[in-house]
Design a protein around this ligand. Structure first.
Ligand SMILES: Cc1cc2nc3c(=O)[nH]c(=O)nc-3n(C[C@H](O)[C@H](O)[C@H](O)COP(=O)(O)OP(=O)(O)OC[C@H]3O[C@@H](n4cnc5c(N)ncnc54)[C@H](O)[C@@H]3O)c2cc1C
Length: 392
């Protein structure tokens, strides 16, 4: 088996790398969640990438894509490079998660109006699934969308909706048929965030960043913005989550801060002792390196199987999400532990190793543990669908 990229792929990789070095504004380098102040910089940077045709590599030409089929490895390379170079990835991530779902099930009108503007980076999305009573149990979602003439009228509350404050559109899971069984009464709607009746309030996270609550109060959404078939939304959501688990997460990217930690450990001295002389530290670092490599392999397997649009990795994607949740905590724990008390110093302290990256990363690891089905639900997917074990 040949794990090397072809010479064209290597060429694309170097071109991308140079482009990011030349064009990425320092203000948004390493920013894990975009703020309203920095969002225009991100949009401008992503538009430059879109102008080069990189955002629609795997989408048909009639929607502004490049029409490359099967899905080119370049899409994978781009994701890995962006993350490795600490460039923002959210615009790209909607294209790899909800983009294919729109392409597969959306009406021609939605594809022309929405998909083309996603590919040209004109519009920003927020993913609107979670509610106070529907986290992992998404089939329990309560936000209603009841048809009234040519509109659906939305009422309800969403929680933990990242980017809702700076989005143009919400990709919202709503209950269109309350009388049908839970899974069958859900649909997906694309909701213009500026419609009357939408209120967005901040929720501040442990790492100081913002996520949001979104309230719908008699919001009228034209029925043409219902994606695909009414009542199939739960299945579309599951497909988008499968895509999210293997495209948003990237072990190449997550390993880049780890490689910086490794460089630090090779030379650092704390309280007169060289870190690299400690055999326990050496063993733990070697172990972690292997775990990161295993993550990269899982990713390559899912990526290779997804090269035809016909196949959406499910068990493979669950393995990636599950593994990343575990490794995120372990590697942050290892870095902070190795740095001793200095590991707890924050970004604004002169003595913080690696500019205080690791306490911030530790706080972020909770998100990796719980989002996209997190460690536990993905373990269940592997057990039931991958290994044929009974559901409980
Ligand atoms: C920073 C942040 C950003 C987020 N961004 C978004 C966003 O943009 N859009 C969005 O829609 N959501 C978002 N979320 C929500 C996130 O996806 C949910 O937190 C997640 O779905 C878990 O839901 P919950 O917190 O209600 O946990 P719960 O569903 O209450 O689960 C808590 C824990 O219980 C266990 N558990 C629950 N059900 C099962 C089961 N069936 N089997 C085994 N174990 C189980 C698991 O250990 C799980 O981790 C975000 C969350 C955070 C923290």
């Amino acid at each position: 088996m040949n794990f090397q990229f072809s010479s064209e792929e290597q060429g694309f990789r170097f071109e991308m790398r140079q482009f990011v070095k030349d064009n990425l504004p320092t203000e948004i380098k390493g920013v894990t969640e975009m703020t309203s102040e920095l969002a225009p910089l991100e949009r401008a940077f992503c538009r430059k990438m879109a102008e080069k045709g990189w955002f629609g590599l795997a989408f048909p030409k009639e929607y502004g894509g490049r029409g490359e089929n099967p899905v080119p490895m370049n899409e994978y390379i781009m994701n890995a490079e962006l993350r490795m170079l600490k460039a923002p990835t959210s615009f790209f991530s909607w294209l790899t998660t909800i983009g294919p779902v729109i392409l597969r099930y959306g009406s021609e009108e939605i594809k022309k109006e929405i998909l083309t503007r996603m590919i040209s980076c004109d519009i920003r999305f927020a993913i609107c699934y979670t509610e106070p009573e529907a986290g992992n149990d998404l089939a329990n979602l309560q936000t209603r969308a009841i048809q009234d003439g040519d509109d659906y009228v939305l009422n309800g509350q969403k929680r933990f909706i990242t980017h809702a404050d700076i989005a143009d559109y919400l990709w919202a899971a709503v209950r269109t048929d309350p009388d049908l069984p839970k899974h069958k009464g859900v649909s997906i709607m694309i909701v213009d965030k500026n419609l009357p009746g939408i209120t967005i309030t901040p929720l501040k996270m442990a790492n100081g960043l913002r996520t949001n609550e979104v309230f719908f109060d008699d919001v009228r959404v034209p029925k043409k913005y219902l994606v695909g078939e009414r009542g199939r939304g739960f299945y579309y959501m599951m497909e988008a989550l499968d895509l999210e688990r293997f495209t948003i997460i990237d072990f190449h990217g997550t390993s880049s801060p780890f490689e910086e930690f490794l460089d630090w450990a090779r030379t650092a001295e704390l309280d007169g002792e060289r870190i690299k002389d400690d055999p326990i530290v050496r063993q733990r670092i070697a172990n972690m390196r292997l775990k990161m490599q295993a993550g990269k392999m899982l990713q390559l397997i899912a990526g290779a199987r997804a090269m035809t649009r016909e196949y959406v990795p499910n068990v493979e994607a669950a393995a990636i999400r599950h593994w990343e949740g575990i490794v995120s905590f372990e590697k942050a724990d290892l870095a902070i532990d190795t740095m001793r008390a200095y590991g707890l110093l924050l970004r604004d302290s002169d003595e913080a190793p690696l500019e205080g990256w690791w306490p911030a990363e530790y706080k972020w690891a909770g998100h990796a543990w719980g989002s996209g089905g997190g460690v536990d639900i993905n373990r269940k997917i592997i057990a039931q669908r991958g290994l044929g074990l009974p559901a409980w």
